[in-house]
Design a protein around this ligand. Structure first.
Ligand code: MLT
Length: 304
């Protein structure tokens, strides 16, 4: 019997891939053979020596001490691409929410009070104040052209946007998936200087931490919209607050809570909802449950 410890809620669709006659699955279990998790932070948590494999039901593995696990010969499996559609949809929503001032408009409308005449006047002033802009013809810069970045690039292109992409490690497969109308930028700085919207789809590693800092924000177009559905830390929050005040950044849509940013009227913070759809959760859980069971039962290592 294999013992599987779950450190977060893992979708039932994934757990059903582990038959009860071969697997014991629980959120508390002694001497687990494998661990399944989402965003539980494993750094500073003692990983039992019995563990032979770890399955991360998501794309990012920065919550797992991957190097230590490699030294122990423990593969870390993730689910590349399994939640790409969910993230893509939220990036598109984020662009529209920012361009059309939807959060400000929503908050304005729900606070309207008074007689019909008075409300009509306020509606007129709201329409003027919250007038936005449209996406066709605007340029989206996509930093990171893995499964998610490529889907975002293609969706933006379908909406009539010009799309520039950049990824230092772009693979032939990614290039093939990209629409031929998505232009590859010469580098991050080239992309930043030409984009009206910039979206980030890179992992948080030393090379990407605070990749967007004060200097880079200054090099961007005025009124740029930034979208971060990747990892907190890629963009320097303090520098963004300054850039919002200076009119450099029009809006920042960020899929993480932030005390520094949450009260700013042109910042939209979310509780890491990018991959939170039933479909994405099922896809990720199925992908990692299959990889972990294939490893435990047959010694096969795929996608780690
Ligand atoms: C990911 O890296 O894919 C996400 O963080 C998944 C999640 O929300 O658990």
């Amino acid at each position: 019997m294999y013992k599987i410890l779950t450190l977060n809620n893992i979708s039932v669709a994934g757990l059903e891939r582990l038959p009860r006659d071969k697997y014991e699955v629980a959120s508390e279990i002694q001497h687990p053979d494998a661990i399944l998790l989402r965003s539980f932070n494993m750094h500073n948590w003692e990983i039992p020596s019995s563990v032979k494999a770890i399955g991360r039901a998501g794309a990012g593995v920065n919550n797992i001490p991957v190097d230590d696990m490699s030294k122990r010969g423990v593969p870390v499996f993730n689910a590349p691409g399994a939640n790409a559609n969910a993230v893509k949809e939220l990036v598109v929503a984020g662009m529209l929410i920012a361009a059309r001032n939807l959060c400000q408009g929503w908050s304005f409308a729900r606070n309207l009070e008074g007689e019909d005449n008075e409300i009509s006047k306020q509606v007129e002033s709201g329409k003027k104040h919250f007038a936005g802009f449209e996406l066709p013809g605007r340029t989206l810069g996509v930093i990171g052209l893995g499964a998610i970045g490529v889907q975002v690039a293609n969706a933006a292109h379908a909406l009539g946007m010009n799309v520039i992409g950049y990824d230092p490690d772009i693979t032939v497969q990614s290039a093939w998936q990209m629409s031929s109308d998505v232009e590859q930028a010469a580098g991050v700085d080239d992309l930043l200087s030409r984009s009206d919207f910039v979206t980030f789809h890179v992992p948080l590693v030393d090379a990407t931490r605070h990749m967007i800092n004060e200097e880079r924000l200054h090099s961007m177009r005025d009124n740029v919209v930034l979208l971060n559905f990747s990892r907190n830390g890629i963009i320097d929050d303090e520098a963004v607050v300054k850039a919002l005040e200076e009119g450099k950044v029009y809006s920042y849509v960020c899929d993480f809570p932030s005390n520094l940013l949450k009260d700013h009227p042109r910042v939209i913070t979310l509780p890491h909802l990018g991959a939170s759809t039933k479909e994405a959760e099922d896809n990720c859980a199925i992908m990692v449950a299959d990889q972990v069971s294939d490893f435990l039962e047959n010694g096969n290592v795929r996608n780690s």
